[in-house]
Design a protein around this ligand. Sequence first.
Ligand code: COA
Ligand code: AMP
Length: 637
Amino acid sequence: MDARSSRYQDVYAQWQRSPEGFWAEAAAGIDWYEKPKKIFDPSAGIYGRWFVGATCNTCYNALDRHVLAGRNDQPALIYDSPVTNTVKTFTYGRLLSEVQLLGAILREFGVEKDDRVVIYMPMIPEAVFAMLACARIGAVHSVVFGGFAAKELATRIDDGRPKVILSASCGIEGARVVPYKPLLDEAINLARHKPQACMIFQRPQCEAALTAGRDRDWRKVWENAVNYAKTSECVPVAATDPLYILYTSGTTGIPKGVVRDNGGHMVALKWSMQNFYGISPGEVWWSGSDIGWVVGHSYIVYAPLFHGCTSILYEGKPVGTPDAGAFWRLIAQHGVVALFTAPTAFRAIKKEDPKGTFIGKYDLSKFRTLFLAGERADPPTIQWAEEVLNVPVIDHWWQTETGWCIAGNPVGLGALPVRYGSACVPMPGYAIDIVDEANKVQPANKIGSIVVKLPLPPACFPTLWQQDARFKESYLAEFPGYYKTADAGYKDEDGYVYVMSRTDDIINVAGHRLSTGGMEEVLAGHPDVAECAVLGIKDDLKGEVPCGFIVLKAGVNRPPSDIEREIVALVREKIGPVAAFKLAITVARLPKTRSGKILRGTIKKIADGEPWTMPATIDDPVVLDEIGSALSARPRR
Ligand code: COA
Ligand code: AMP
C-alpha cells in the first residue's frame, strides 16, 4: 500500500474541481428512463437535490437490466442458513421472477406508488424479495430489525403508516427460535395506525396463528399468484422519490426516519462497489450484517445487485453456528472475494479461536479484503484479523444517514497505507472539517465535532420522513453550512480521519446503534425509580454495553436486586433484546454538578477504569466514591 500508487488523490481532486461533473460521470453507471435535467439543483429540497428531473427504477437496475445483459443464470443471491441447515441459490433470472410475482401480489393488496410497506422479517430470501418488490412498484419500504420489541415496531408503524406489513412467523437466533408474530400482533395493537393487511411467511420452526380478516398466508398467496402467472412491471419513479425509510436511534426515544431516494442512492452505491471496495461485476460479495440495518440495505441487497455481483444472505452468527469457523466456511464454500462486517463479529471469533486455528481448515484463496464498519475498529482487532487472514483489513466510517462510506480506505482506487485507529480519508462527495463549538475549523490533530460541508453527496438522506423541521434542527442548525455527524474526532496532517466518540447520547453495542436516552425513558417508567442514568461502558466483546444507574424512591423497601431484575426485563420488553441491557445498579445518589447535571462523563471514566479528575463543578465529591464502590461490586461476565 503506497500512497503514490493510489488514484485516490486525483479522483478526490477531480470531485473537488467539479462535483457535478464527477457525479454526472458516475450516473452513467445507472440506467435511467429519463436522464437528469439537473445533476444537482441547489434550490430543491432542504439543501438541494441530486439528479432532479430524472426518472428511474431501483429494481430495474438491480435485476432486469442484468438479465437483459446476459446474467440470467448467474447467482444473484445465495441464502446460507446454518440455523436451518439450508443453502439456496437464486440466479438473477429466478430472483427477478420472484420479485415480479411479489410486486404483483403487493399491487393486489392495493399497494400503489408511494405507499409504505413495513417489512419485519428475519434474514430469509423473502425479505430481500420484499424490498425489491417494493422498489419495483414504487412503494416505500420500511424494514424493522427483528431484535426490536413490539413498542419500537409500533412507533415505526405509526410514523410510516404502512398499507401492508410483511412478516414471518419466527426468526432463529443461534439455537433460539424467536416468534415474531406475537410481537407483530402486539405492535399492531399498540399502534394507532392499522395496516390493511399482513402477509405472514410461515416457517416450520414455529408456525403462527393468523388473524382472520387481516393476515394472509404468504405461501398460499404466492401459490395462487404462480397459478395465475401474475407479474409486475417496473414503475418509473422520480430520482428524488423515496425508496425507503430506515429508522435509527435519535437522542430521544422517538427514532428518526431516515429517507433514502432512488437516483442518488443508485449512483453512489454503484460507484462505491468498484472504486471503494474494488469489486468487479460477477464476483461474490458478502456483507455479514442484517437487512434491518443500513449496512444490510446498502451492501447485502442494493449495491451488490446494482453492480451485477453475487450477494450472500447469511442467517447465522460468527460463532456458535456451529463454531468460530463459520465465516471461513462460507468464504471458502461460495468463493467470497470480500467480506464486510462489524468489528464485534471479529472480537467474537477471536475470543473463541484466538489462534485462528479454524482458518487452516478452509481454502480462502479467493478472499482478498476484509472491510469493517459500524463502530470504532479497535487496533488490536484489526491487527489480529490481518495476522490470521493475511489480507488487508479496511476500516471505514459511515452512518445510517449517509447510506454509504463517509471516510475509508478506497481499495478500488488503490489502497492507501493503513493507520491504525483511523477510518482513513474522505470519499469524493464529502468535504470533512473538524470544528469547535463556535463552528471554527480546527487545526490538524485537534479534536472537535466532525462535520461535512453541504451539500451532502448522492445517497445521503435529503430529510427525515415527514419531519423537515426535525431534520434541520437535528443536523443542520448547530453548525451552519455543515451536516453535523454527531461524531467527535480529528484529522491528522495528511487528512486521515479519526472517529473517536459520539457527541450525543448514542452508544454502539455490537455494532448496533442505540439511544441511552430511550433506555432512560424506560427506566424512569418503573414505579420504584426516582432517578436514573444510562451510559455505555466498555465491553471486550460488544465494544460498549449499556449500564443503568437507578436511585430508588424514598420509602421503597423491596430488595434492590428484585427491582434491578425488573428493570432489565423492562428494557428487553420495551426496546428489545438488541439493547443488550443486562446491567442495572442501584445507588443512593447520582453525582451531579451544582446546577443539577448528571456527571455522565466522569461515571463512564470510572466504569471504564480510565483516569479521571474531580470535576470542579461537582456538588458532592463523596458520591463518586459511592459510584466507584457500586461498580466494583457489579457482576462480571
Ligand atoms: N431477532 C431477534 N433477536 C435478535 C436479533 C434478531 N434479528 N438479533 C439479535 N437479537 C438478540 C440476540 O439473540 C441477543 O439476545 P440475548 O440477549 O437473548 O442473547 C440480543 O438480541 C443482543 O444481540 P447481539 O448484541 O447481536 O448479541 P449476540 O450475542 O446475539 O451476538 C455478535 C453478538 C457479535 C455475534 C453479533 O452482534 C454480530 O454478529 N454482530 C456483527 C454483525 C452486525 O450485526 N453488525 C451490525 C451492523 S454492521
Ligand atoms: P449506524 O447509523 O448504525 O451505522 O451508526 C453510525 C455510527 O456508528 C457513527 O455515527 C459512528 O459513531 C459509528 N461508526 C460507524 N462506523 C465507524 C467507524 N468505522 N469508526 C468509528 N465509528 C464508527
